[in-house]
Design a protein. Sequence first.
Length: 422
Amino acid sequence: MLAVAAVTALAGCSGGGAGGGGPVTLTFATNLISAEENGTSPVVKELISQFEAQHPNVEIEEQTSQATALQQVIQLAFASQNVPDVFNFWRPQPAFNMDKYIASGQLADLTDLAGEPSVKSVFPDSSWETATVDGKVWGLPLYNFSVPLVVNKKVFADAGVPLPQTWADLEAAVPALKAAGYVPWTLSTQDAQQSDDRLLDYVLDRAFGNDGALALFRGERSFTDPAVVQVLDEYLSISSGFGPDDAAALDNNAAIAKYFNTGRSAMLLTNSGYLPTIDKTIAQDMAVIPFPTIPGGAQIDPHIEKDLTNLMYASAASMEDDTKGPVVRDFLKFMTSPDAQKMFADESILVAGVNIEPDTAKTGDLFAAVQEQTSSLDGDKWLGNGRTPSQQQTFYPLMGEAWTGAFTAQQFAERLDAMFRK
């Protein structure tokens, strides 16, 4: 059950403040509210309820989308010049068309708002760097993501397979787990889930470093380079045929519920936003371990894939509106305040704020371990940052095929090269 924080002082908002006059309706486009009563949904619903209670003349009109479907909604909104008053979205990077949205002039410049001490102090410099493009802040940080390697210790023990501490351990563990009747990797290969590339990210990062791996997707190096083909062969040796047979029919939540929560699969390597789906009653069987380094690879010490992943944005027209503007500012600050960050953290959401301590009685030790590893290990950027939105649309179907064992390493390299090589 969600613990309700007393947020009457949040971000300087009060019923007698901004929006205290006539009726105001703010449209809020979001993928943070879903049918499942876990993760971000209860927090966002509660925050909206509290904001409306403190602003009796304000109504927040929710425009909900699921997962990456929000990308198409926002793309259409900018194309039709009908941008929601406020919306949450991914980082301000070309991979999400944000360069085009910024250039359109329809996205609000939040630099002044971000410069307010009560706002700026909530988040670390690294978050503000991600939120900044060409010297201007375009979004207020909301929460982070990381891609931890979560393993089911009981499954490994029952299979007689040691937890993978080295690359050789992992290469041996994957086929051994399958031979023992377990699904080695828990994943969905549905395009919209954008999760079946995480293992490839780690293998390429370990082999070539994060900058070197990003260069491949930016078309600056050929995937058919013999050294790259060799690494792709190593990747396929631990991925092809080692996911659920019905991975294409399951989204991430369904895959976790069907396989990981029931002890039918051994490892989970996906966006930390899906951690709340892990059944807390069996989380005691789980451990978070670093993804192994590859002998001879560029990375000597293990890194973790992580970054700011969700921010709050606003329409430029709404911010400039005499009536809506003050309410928009208050809502943005309200949604990203320390108290709101604590509410997210207590629902096992990896927040961006500094000095936010989740209640482990609510989150469990597994989330605390992910939070600790995310904070302590050096970070790698998601390799999707090197891909354009149109490339993403062809890349994910290819990844799904690769998981089924459809390609040799050379064939996989040639297909990737055709997509990305300049």
